[in-house]
Design a binder for this molecule. Structure first.
Ligand code: NAD
Ligand code: UDP
Length: 310
C-alpha cells in the first residue's frame, strides 16, 4: 500500500484521481483549499478509512510523510484563474516550490499537472512536447500559462540539482462528470445550456478547435506516467487527438441532449487559442497509452451526470 498526497483533490480531476488511487488499494490524503473544488466531490470517500481530507492552501508549506505526490492544486477554468491572477501565479509557483521542497525532504516521487496552455496559441500543429510554445506573457491567460511554465522549470531544476524524482504531464482539455456547472468551460457550459433550453454561447466564429479527452483516459495516462522509471521525467502530452471546432461541439451536444437550444455567437475572449491538438507519439511509446473514449461516448456520460444536478 502506497501513501499518496493529492493536492487539489477536491476538484474535478483530483476527486476522480483520489477515487481511483483508493480503488487501487492506496492510502490517499486529499488536500484542498476549496477555491474551485468542493467537499461534496469527495464526501463519498470519507467512509473509507484509507482516505483523509485536509483543508490547506498549497501556497503555505505543508509537511507529511508520503510516497507519491500528485500536484493538481490550481484553478483550471479561465474565469476562475483570471478572477485573481496574482493568486493563480502564487498557487502555481509557490505551490510548486512547497510541494517540491516536501518531495525533496521526504524523497517522494512528484507529478505536476501541467497543461497544453504551455503551448499558448500554438503556431505548430499538432503540438509535440519539443514545441516551446507561443505565449503572451502579459495577456489575460498569462497568470495561468506562465505560472504553469514556471512550475515546469522548477520541477526540472529540482530534478537536476536535487535529484527529486519528477513527472511532468501536459494535460489537454479534459471533461467528464463532476465538472462544476458554473466553471465556464465549454463542455460544461454547452451541456448545462442545452439541458436548460437556453442559448448555446459560442465565443468568436466557433471555428477555433480543441481536442477533448474523457477523464478516465486522462487518469489512465497520469497513473501510468507516475509508474514510469525514475529516468523518465516527461514532459509528456496526455490528450485525445480528435479535434473539433466549437460549432461541431455545440451541434453534438444539441443532438445528444435532444435540446431545442439555439446557437448564439458572443465575442471571443482575448488570447483565446485558435487551435489545439496533442501529438501523443511519446505517450504511446513510453506509457503504452492512447485514449479509448470517443467524444460522443464521453459526452453522453457527462450529460447523464449533469441531468442529475441541473
Ligand atoms: P478544478 O478547478 O476542478 O480543480 C483544482 C482544485 O485545486 C480545486 O479543488 C481547487 O479548490 C484547488 N485549489 C486551487 N488553488 C488551491 C490552493 N492554492 N491550495 C489548495 N488547493 C487549491 O480543476 P481541474 O480541471 O480538476 O484541474 C486540476 C489540475 O489539472 C489543475 O492543476 C489544472 O491546471 C490541470 N489541468 C486541467 C485540465 C482540464 O482540462 N481539466 C487541463 C490541463 C491541466
Ligand atoms: N467557449 C465557447 N463558449 C463557452 C465557453 C467557451 O465558445 O460558453 C470557447 C472558448 O472561447 C474556447 C473554447 O471554447 O475557444 C474552449 O474553452 P475552455 O474555457 O473550455 O478551455 P480553454 O480555452 O482553456 O482551452
Amino acid at each position: 500500500m502506497k501513501k499518496i498526497l493529492v493536492t487539489g483533490g477536491a476538484g474535478f480531476l483530483g476527486s476522480h484521481l483520489c477515487e481511483r488511487l483508493l480503488n487501487e488499494g492506496n492510502e490517499v490524503i486529499c488536500l484542498d483549499n476549496y477555491f474551485t473544488g468542493q467537499k461534496k466531490n469527495v464526501t463519498h470517500l470519507l467512509e473509507n478509512p484509507y482516505f483523509e481530507l485536509i483543508r490547506h492552501d498549497v501556497t503555505m508549506p505543508f509537511f507529511i510523510e508520503v510516497d507519491e505526490i500528485y500536484n493538481l492544486a490550481c484553478p483550471a477554468s479561465p474565469i476562475h484563474y483570471q478572477y485573481n491572477p496574482i493568486k493563480t501565479i502564487k498557487t502555481s509557483v509557490a505551490g510548486a516550490i512547497n510541494m517540491l521542497g516536501l518531495a525533496k525532504r521526504i524523497n517522494a516521487k512528484i507529478l505536476q499537472a501541467s497543461t497544453s496552455e504551455v503551448y499558448g496559441d500554438p503556431k505548430i500543429h499538432p503540438q509535440p512536447e519539443s514545441y516551446w510554445g507561443h505565449v503572451n506573457p502579459i495577456g489575460t491567460r498569462a497568470c495561468y500559462d506562465e505560472g504553469k511554465r514556471c512550475a515546469e522549470t522548477l520541477f526540472v531544476s529540482y530534478h537536476q540539482k536535487n535529484n527529486v524524482r519528477i513527472k511532468l504531464i501536459r494535460i489537454f482539455n479534459t471533461y467528464g462528470p463532476r465538472m462544476h456547472p458554473n466553471d465556464g468551460r465549454v463542455v460544461s457550459n454547452f451541456i448545462v445550456q442545452a439541458l436548460q433550453g437556453r442559448d448555446i454561447t459560442i465565443y468568436g466564429d466557433g471555428l477555433q478547435t480543441r481536442s477533448f479527452q474523457y477523464v478516465d483516459d486522462l487518469l489512465e495516462g497520469m497513473t501510468k506516467l507516475m509508474a514510469t522509471g525514475d529516468d523518465f521525467t516527461g514532459p509528456v502530452n496526455v490528450g485525445n487527438p480528435g479535434e473539433f471546432t466549437m460549432i461541431e461541439l455545440a451541434e453534438m451536444v444539441i443532438k445528444l441532449t435532444g435540446s431545442q437550444s439555439k446557437i448564439v455567437f458572443e465575442p471571443l475572449p482575448s488570447d483565446d487559442p485558435m487551435q489545439r491538438k496533442p501529438d501523443i507519439t511519446l505517450a504511446k511509446k513510453v506509457l503504452d497509452w492512447e485514449p479509448k473514449i470517443k467524444l460522443e461516448e464521453g459526452l453522453g456520460r457527462t450529460i447523464d451526470f449533469f441531468k442529475t444536478i441541473v
